[in-house]
Design a binder for this molecule. Sequence first.
Ligand code: SIN
Length: 330
Amino acid sequence: MESDQISKNIVVLGTGGTIAGTASNASDNIGYTAAQVGVAQLLASVPGLRSVLQGVELLSEQVAQVDSKDMSFDIWRTLAQRVAYHLAQADLTGVVITHGTDTLEETAYFLHAVLPRELINAKPVVLTCAMRPASAQNPDGPQNLMDAVAVALTSGAHGVVAVCAGTVHTGLEVQKAHTYKLDAFTSGDAGPLAYMEEGQVRLIRNWPLDPMDKARVAIKDISEADLWPRVEILMNYAGCGGEVVDALLRPCDGVAPLRGLVVAGTGNGTLHQGLEAALRRAVQAGVKVVRSTRCANGRVLPVAGSEFVDSGGLSPVKARVALMLELMGC
Ligand code: SIN
């Protein structure tokens, strides 16, 4: 083993999810409890990792232990701090994060948006997950973990990416698209970044480089969880009115005032006239409205003269994260 290889590390940050889940019955792939197995134990249960690592040291840290449906701003903040800390270490090659599948795309986008550019344009942050619990007869987590570590060790890898079922997606594009299949993620019409082939990455396009030259909010400036601006998501549909918008605008004791709305419009972000009128009232009340689409593929194109900005290709859940970060800076 070369001495420069021995001094390299990969760190795996555990946050919970099905990959760390257990069921009382090994044949049960849905009646399990997520986030039960600690990240160190999870890694120890994948002996194949040793051959992927080839002497590189594997460190681990439990950042959180949650079902990702319960992901919180507090965890995001701590996770961003820990990822940035590890990426800044000279002997660290890359960071792997184990995460639930349900909100993985939001965490991926959040990290993509806040990590210092000089760190994520130099080293990879690889999220991975599983659709079956660790206790399943045929769990998918071990292979996903091995693939994630292989991606983190790949020369030239950088940026926030996600690995699941042999496919690598960028953090900007990854989206959960299936409730049950092991191959649950898509990159939409952008297509995947790469495929895993027996531990090797076959790149389809270039590693992601964010065109923005700085993070949307510096990690040190990310607000305390209870100070995050309140941004809600609405959807357009047949017969949609503006009542929900008006209800959201009404002051409510103990609830933070609404600062932003992301609307998952129909098609190219179109809105029922009742909803559109209510959204105009929201803008007049000082609420920022962003137009996205409920379509799974394609981006909302700007419409000349529209008073609602478009989401710049972001899905509704990612546009919400972007808007919260934008409002944090105001
Ligand atoms: C979760 O998102 O934590 C549970 C579901 C999953 O990981 O597939």
